[in-house]
Design a protein around this ligand. Structure first.
Ligand code: ADP
Ligand code: GLC
Length: 490
């Protein structure tokens, strides 16, 4: 019998300890699914104040960094057997609030130092494994905050294979060139073929150049980022590395997101008891001060209020949408201009538009359960989780078919309705009017209860659980660990 694979999974957020978006869901749940497949995963996070407060974590190592010593603490992900390492340093442990942003919504000015240190501390702990008695078969990095880890590992002459997963190429961690020396990165890495990007230091390029394999979170996005439109200046590099680049779709945690057992919703239900779903609509309407109406089609949206998510298209479409027999519920936080427009829409159409500006997991569950359809007109979407949560809740997603949305939502056409595969609605282009057209189409189907119910049950029958994705990662891990001992991605 072969020995268990041991993987270090590094990320900057993980549910339920600290979350700003889907990355936390992935880092919180994929390791559990991998563990179920017999992989030993240790998740590594920065030791943010908010995380340390929630756990007891004992010190297992000290490492020197370019900014003094960091402690490595060990604990477990809550409610699981997955081990957790926290890089404890005052830059994290003495900073409260959002992991990346200050109270004004601006990046913490020392983010390059903070995440550089996180990466260097991990590389050093791997290099001095005698201190902790661990040998890893593989290191799995996620997004720009971990992009320099493969570079520091190279500097430490570690040959452990590395994977870098792109969750969102739009966020790259680009900082002035002077940080290259300040972060004590190897001089050889300062080149166009290394971490230099238009005379700036690029964290994400560390992952894209130095990791042995690159993954991203859906097959469609893996194709899209090889083209200029989605590549944010990195499509050439990704095309060059296309043999090492694959898309693996994210899963969802079917325990947390299950309408049959969800403690955060007003009434639980399943595909056989869909009539109970309406209790959630009524509860949502009550909570947000909308007229209680079981029949009106309720359109929901939850997400970061940024251009990526097409929140502007939703706001632009409101004047037309409110002329239809629908209510719209939006929960989100992000750019002030969108938050202001939502507040204005709520006061302009108090009977039609309900909203909450902020971050609230409980309400997110109630929106998934209470809405009939979920608006997700993203301009790009590496994977997206809400369209999968929506389907699990029999809430049909209305999406622009890009990235993971294309891969997980089947457009309701005559053909797909007839063959029983339809699970949602695709916009025919990326515009306000296309969103309005898709809502009109959904409304027409909503008025055909038997068709609507068929779409709901097909959506609820989809298996988006993590086990499929985890198997794909395992295949990748196994392939890579076989070549352990050989040179890295460069
Ligand atoms: P992204 O990571 O790009 O923000 P995803 O769809 O992958 O998009 O994941 C977003 C996650 O964050 C989902 O779990 C979603 O429910 C959650 N989320 C986003 N905004 C909010 C909010 N305002 N309140 C509660 N949950 C939110
Ligand atoms: C990113 C993407 C989102 C994806 C999430 C988790 O934040 O924007 O599409 O689902 O990461 O991989």
């Amino acid at each position: 019998m072969s020995r268990k694979l041991r993987v270090l999974f590094a990320a900057s957020e993980a549910y339920p300890l600290i979350k700003t978006g889907g990355l936390a869901d992935v880092a919180g749940f994929l390791p559990l699914a991998l563990q179920d497949l017999g992989v030993e995963v240790i998740v590594a996070l920065p030791g943010y104040a908010r995380v340390l407060e929630q756990l007891k974590a004992r010190v297992i190592a000290y490492v020197s960094t370019f900014r003094g010593y960091a402690l490595i603490r060990e604990s477990r992900l809550p409610n699981s057997k997955v081990r957790l390492w926290l890089v404890d340093h005052p830059l994290f442990s003495e900073r409260h609030g959002n992991p990346y942003l200050n109270d004004e919504g601006e990046e913490w000015p020392d983010n390059p130092i903070r995440f550089g240190l996180f990466n260097q501390a991990l590389a050093r702990v791997l290099a001095h494994r005698t201190a902790i008695g661990h040998k890893f078969d593989l290191v799995h990095c996620n997004d720009w905050q971990t992009g320099l880890l493969p570079v520091y590992m190279h500097q430490e002459q570690l040959v452990t294979p590395t994977i870098f997963t792109i969750h969102n190429l739009a966020y790259q961690g680009i900082y002035p060139a002077s940080y290259h020396a300040e972060l004590a990165l190897p001089p050889s890495s300062w080149s166009h073929d290394g971490v230099e990007f238009h005379h700036m230091l690029s964290f994400i390029k560390g992952g894209l150049v130095y990791a042995d394999r690159i993954t991203t979170v859906s097959p469609s996005y893996a194709e899209e980022i090889k083209h200029d439109e989605f590549g944010y200046g990195l499509s050439g590099l990704l095309l060059y590395r296309s043999d090492d680049l694959i898309g693996i779709i994210n899963g969802i945690d079917t325990k947390t997101w299950n309408p049959a057992t969800d403690p955060l919703i007003a009434a639980t239900y399943d595909a056989e008891h869909l009539d109970r779903k309406v209790e959630n609509k009524l509860a949502l309407q009550r909570q947000l001060g909308l007229p209680e109406d079981p029949d009106v089609m309720l359109l929901g949206n939850v997400g970061r209020m940024v251009e990526q998510k097409g929140i502007d298209l939703i706001l632009d479409a409101l004047p037309a949408l409110v002329r239809q027999p629908v209510q719209i519920v939006i929960e989100g936080s992000g750019e002030a201009r969108f938050e202001t427009r939502l507040a204005e829409a709520m006061s302009q159409w108090p009977d039609r538009v309900g909203g909450v500006i902020g971050y609230d997991e409980t309400l997110a569950h109630l929106i998934e359960a209470g809405a009939d359809a979920f608006l997700m007109p993203s301009r790009f979407e590496p994977c997206g989780l809400n369209q999968m949560y929506s389907q699990a809740y029999g809430t049909l997603p209305i999406v622009y078919p890009t990235g993971g949305l294309r891969d997980t939502v089947v457009d309701a056409t005559e053909q797909t309705i007839a063959d029983g595969t339809a699970t949602g609605f695709w916009m025919d282009s990326l515009s306000r009017s296309a969103l309005e057209r898709a809502v009109t189409e959904a409304l027409a189907r909503y008025r055909e209860p038997s068709v609507w119910r068929q779409l709901q049950t097909t959506a609820m029958g989809q298996d988006f659980s993590w086990k499929h994705s985890a198997k794909e990662y395992l295949r990748l891990y196994r392939g890579l660990s076989r070549m352990a001992g050989t040179a890295g991605g460069r």
